[in-house]
Design a protein around this ligand. Structure first.
Ligand code: ZN
Length: 487
């Protein structure tokens, strides 16, 4: 078995995660080559390794959208002002962050064009043209796109002026169908977060103050970051007839009556990648769940002098694994094994396969798991050449499950059911995690808390104890809600 590296030159450049999460996060995003800052304020460049993460998110989510009957389409980036302003609440909510095009080809435009902050307006106008009869419904369309929201701060994936996302927009004949769709897509997001990104979440309805501008109801999935702050990772909105009235989307129903459709919209952005990075990373860098990993396993040949046999064998094994559908890379760079180990650890590749001269003789290789600490039980396993694919599959599943289990344990141990008002306020102020309380659902109760601690409601669920009173104000409670500081 090859010796462990004596030094880890790259890892030293990353600040410890526990000391300063923000510094750690930025360092990891840059050093793992996920992003670079762009020459435009508020924007980042998504580098190939970062784009690889996005592609895996896209592939997994897209498959789930297709399986639930959706199709992809593409709508224009620019939205005439007169269209955007038709839904009053919507435009009021987005006005502070819209970027406008006022000139084109050296001429001042007669009407300003918004760079889409979201596409309800432009899609609504098209649906009004396409939908005539109940036979045209439902319309189930998703768009993979970029959007722009004017931002002053830049934090890779979490807060950028331009970002990548998907936005689903559907139209239905009945409110009931549209509500079902809203909840179905919330569950698609929960499933993706937990089973692909290995990020456990609380999924549920948001309070009125946290609603999407123009929505009747907004649902979200909320993940908990290591600093005790919640991160909203995707939203699903029931829009009722607000947008169909604004954009005049009508259909003749089976009873020959003209009616407005019921619409939904739902989105997940590259913010989800930010959640995944923060939840799983450690002091050595990223830890990418196998299902999201651009490289599932890296093969590091241990070569001494002019020896070529380990490298040749590494290439042969890699070709075999690729043929079995694995995403593998052979690291044939002219660098020491120690450098390569820490480099790939920093990039969070789930498994490292080491192959040296002695392994060639024994006909086996050593697999090292990124989710485990050095020397921890099961952190290394040996695999015979001819069983490598099988072992790899088993180990990738084990890494996926273990990352989820670690994150789940963190979420559970940082969720506090509280019914004492003082404790509740203290915990909210201290960013302790998700604070679960019976709540009266009144906005002023929420506002007082927000003013005093800056914590907000994340999602609500059914009242857990009949007859309970609101922990914040003592009035009769209506629901249970998770409160937390948020990103
Ligand atoms: Zn209250």
């Amino acid at each position: 078995m090859p010796e462990l590296p004596a030094q880890e030159p790259l890892v030293k450049e990353i600040p410890p995660k526990g000391a300063d999460l923000s510094a750690w996060y930025t360092a990891v995003c840059l050093k793992a080559e996920l992003v670079s800052y762009a020459p435009v304020r508020g924007c980042v460049v998504l580098r190939p390794y970062g784009f690889g993460l996005w592609e895996n998110l896209q592939r997994e989510l897209d498959a789930r959208f297709k399986a639930t009957g959706h199709e992809n389409a593409y709508f224009p980036l620019l939205i005439p002002e007169s269209l955007l302003i038709r839904e009053a609440e919507h435009v009021e909510g987005f006005a502070p962050e819209v970027a406008w095009v006022t000139e084109g080809g050296q001429e001042k435009l007669e009407e300003r064009l918004a760079i889409r902050p979201t596409s309800e307006a432009i899609i609504g106008v098209m649906y009004a043209k396409w939908i005539q009869s109940h036979r045209d419904l439902p319309v189930l369309i998703n768009q993979w796109a970029n959007v722009v929201r004017w931002e002053k701060a830049t934090r890779p994936f979490l807060r950028t002026m331009e970002f990548l996302w998907q936005e689903g927009h559907t139209a239905h004949a009945t409110a009931e169908e549209a509500r079902e769709e809203t909840e179905r897509m919330l569950d698609v997001y929960r499933d993706f977060a937990e089973n692909v990104a290995a990020v456990p979440v609380y999924a549920g309805l948001k309070s009125a103050s946290e609603r999407f501008p123009g929505a009747v109801e907004t649902y979200s999935i909320e993940a908990l970051m290591p600093d005790g702050k919640a991160l909203q990772s995707a939203t699903s909105h029931y829009l009722g007839q607000n947008f169909s009235r604004a954009y005049d989307i009508t259909f003749s129903d089976t009873d020959q009556q003209m009616k407005h459709v019921y619409t939904t919209s739902w989105g997940m952005s590259w913010r989800m990648l930010g959640a995944m990075i923060m939840v799983h990373g450690d002091d050595r860098g990223l830890r990418v769940p196998p299902k999201m990993a651009p490289i599932e396993a890296v093969i590091v040949p241990i070569v001494k002098g002019d020896e070529t046999a380990p490298l040749e064998k590494a290439r042969e094994l890699a070709a075999g694994l690729r043929a079995e559908g694995f995403r593998v890379r052979v690291d044939d760079r002219d660098r020491s094994p120690g450098f390569k180990y820490s480099d790939w650890e920093m990039r969070g590749v789930p498994l490292r396969i080491e192959i040296g001269p002695r392994d060639l003789q024994s006909g086996s290789v050593t697999l090292v798991r990124r989710d485990k600490a050095k020397g921890e039980e099961d952190s290394k396993v040996s695999a015979a050449f001819d069983a490598l694919g099988t072992t790899l599959r088993t180990q990738l599943e084990a890494v996926q499950a273990s990352l989820y289990a670690q994150a789940k344990l963190f979420l559970e141990s940082h969720t506090f059911a509280v019914n004492d008002r003082t404790v509740f306020f203290e915990r909210c102020k201290d960013r302790s995690g998700m604070i679960d309380i019976p709540w009266c659902k009144r906005a002023d109760c929420e506002a007082i808390l927000k003013n005093q601690t800056s914590a907000t409601t994340r999602v609500m669920r059914e009242l857990q104890q009949p007859g309970a009173v609101c922990t914040a104000c003592g009035e009769p409670a209506v629901v249970n809600a998770y409160f937390a500081q948020s990103y």
